[in-house]
Design a protein around this ligand. Sequence first.
Ligand SMILES: Nc1ncnc2c1ncn2[C@@H]1O[C@H](COP(=O)(O)OP(=O)(O)OP(=O)(O)O)[C@@H](O)[C@H]1O
Ligand SMILES: [Mg+2]
Length: 324
Amino acid sequence: MSTPHAAAVKTEGLRRTFGDFTAVDGIDLDVRPGEIYGFLGPNGAGKSTVVRMLTTLLEPTGGRAWVGGLDVVAEADDVRFSIGVALQEAGLDENMTGREILATQGRLFGLNRSEIADRIEQLAPILEMRALDQLVSSYSGGMARRLDLAAALMHNPSVLFLDEPTTGLDPPSRLRVWEEVRRLNREFGLTLFLTTQYLEEADELADRVGIINAGRIVAEGTPSELKRAIGTDVVTVVVDGDADAAKSVLEGIAGIEGVDVFGGEVRVGTENGSQALSPVAIALGSAGIKVRELSLRTPTLDDVFLDVTGTHLDAGSSAEGSST
Ligand SMILES: Nc1ncnc2c1ncn2[C@@H]1O[C@H](COP(=O)(O)OP(=O)(O)OP(=O)(O)O)[C@@H](O)[C@H]1O
Ligand SMILES: [Mg+2]
């Protein structure tokens, strides 16, 4: 049995309702110190609501949660001093410079002038140096996110919460945020709890991923554990006509298991995709089913999501998880 104090983040049956709507439906988390934990889920899954409860901005309506061993309700003030938070909506004051925002944040946490100056010096590499004295209104989206990240780190927290740190960023800015997250974790041993709608982000960054859908954790593990559960390879078939008929044909092939239909697409999990391709084509052909598309790839976290929810995790604004 693990005590709440051993974990960086721990929850037991964490719930949040709004009226008669349940946004977070009994979540158990156990994030180890020094871990990068990725919370992956579609719009409205409950990610921000969990983050807001863990960061004391919203009270749970059920269950319990601890951050660094501190109860987020009973010890909320202590929790606030031990965590950093960069929320989905940054809400930075456009009329201040980066340096002013960092200094304000430092004062809020009781740092003195020289501590503030030292800390800004340490955190400056996160931003471009010259941006520090420019008004936030002149920042790009990516720079604003990095300033928000730096502000969250002013008081040297031990756990950092990032709510969708790269949503809306272009790929180069996203990469820079990823690099920064990795560096903070590696060099300072910071525990990171980040939410994302991007499967690629969870895959790349997180030591462990919790997939959240409709307020519940539907799968959890390292990205490779999660993908291995699907099989080594994935063969997808798009047919003209009845996908369910194709499914029953494919289920009859020796060595093939795990045939599922999602929309018009038939997905086959297999240990050796290249050996499965021609039996699949031949079986469908002799059953008179016309194949429009046949492809082979390794599983993605989207396949994991599809497996547990029956729908695609479609973040919309990226081509991740496309099968070619
Ligand atoms: N204050 C509130 N009052 C009523 N419903 C709310 C409130 N806050 C969140 N919800 C609802 O709870 C659900 C979960 O919302 P939440 O913001 O946690 O999702 P999310 O996973 O962060 O989504 P996104 O990826 O869009 O940020 C949504 O259906 C949302 O409409
Ligand atoms: Mg959110």
